[in-house]
Write a protein that binds this ligand. Structure first.
Ligand code: ADP
Ligand code: MG
Length: 257
């Protein structure tokens, strides 16, 4: 089995706060993986490391690779960081779309890394790219909104456009950081089912941070749980016991100093 993500010896300190403490993780399955943990446990920080948006503290042993490419080593972004970013699609809580542009143009932004610079400057995409963008919108059930401005869409619809952008990008992996945190229950269900469907049919691994445990257990086969910057659990969702879950979300352990 191929390794999707490999993380070794990652420490990250902000000022005097150690956000990640010696993280070691390997993900081998292509199924959906939920990243769980209380607020402040380090989920977003860890996810940002996977794209090189954040680099770890300097450490000669630290290493992160995604789909076989080194993203960072020894606290420095790798030389292949551009390729690494180009192969990862991102979905954020706040949608990260360009509000004043059309839905179609926002999806086309996913094609920027495959487009020569002069074209991106003049904003001209090829007919083939536009066709693919429409197909991506169709895949997420949003083709009828193609020529509307993003600002006219609901949160759930915007999140589907963000997923279409990742498909346009031909992302080989999807990182979603709290994709449903701002959505109502019905939109949350649609977005999670869409991610699940894309994971199953297109075979794209999805790593998703969630603060709702029930969503993680319903949609994700694997769970990684962080607590106070440390890996608290990694394994099958089916094997995560009530007791373990309760311990994950109980108050911080007392400092022993
Ligand atoms: P989570 O996503 O699990 O809620 P985060 O990864 O956002 O947690 O944060 C983990 C810890 O690191 C928190 O204590 C947070 O305040 C701190 N932190 C994260 N990013 C920064 C930053 N850029 N500057 C300072 N502290 C940060
Ligand atoms: Mg977070």
């Amino acid at each position: 089995m191929d390794t999707i993500i490999s993380i070794s010896n990652i420490n990250k300190t902000f000022g005097n706060k150690q956000a990640l403490k010696g993280i070691n993780l390997t993900i081998k399955e292509r199924s959906m993986t939920a990243l769980l943990g209380p607020s402040g446990s380090g989920k977003s920080t860890l996810m940002r490391h996977l794209s090189g948006l954040v680099v770890s503290d300097r450490d000669t042993d630290s290493h992160i690779s995604v789909l076989g490419e080194t993203v960072q080593a020894q606290g420095k972004a790798s030389k292949q960081i551009r390729q690494c970013r180009a192969q990862a699609g991102y979905i954020f809580q706040q949608f990260n779309l360009v509000n004043r542009l059309s839905v179609l143009t926002n999806v086309l932004i996913g094609a920027l890394s495959e487009t020569p610079k002069w074209r991106t400057l003049t904003g001209t995409f090829t007919a083939e790219q536009k066709q693919r963008a429409l197909q991506a919108l169709q895949r997420v059930g949003m083709e009828q909104f193609a020529h509307q401005r993003v600002s006219t869409l609901s949160g759930g619809q915007q999140q589907r456009v963000a997923i279409a952008r990742a498909l346009m990008q031909r992302a080989k992996i999807i990182f979603a950081d709290e994709p449903i945190a701002s959505l109502d229950p019905e939109s949350s269900r649609i977005v999670m089912e869409l991610l699940e469907d894309i994971n199953r049919k297109e075979g794209i691994p999805v790593i998703v941070t969630l603060h709702q445990v029930d969503h993680a257990l319903k949609y994700c086969e694997q769970i990684i749980a962080l607590r106070e910057g440390e890996v608290f659990y990694q394994g099958a969702a089916a094997e995560l016991t009530e007791q373990k879950l309760k311990a994950l979300y109980t108050a911080a352990k007392p400092q022993q100093e």
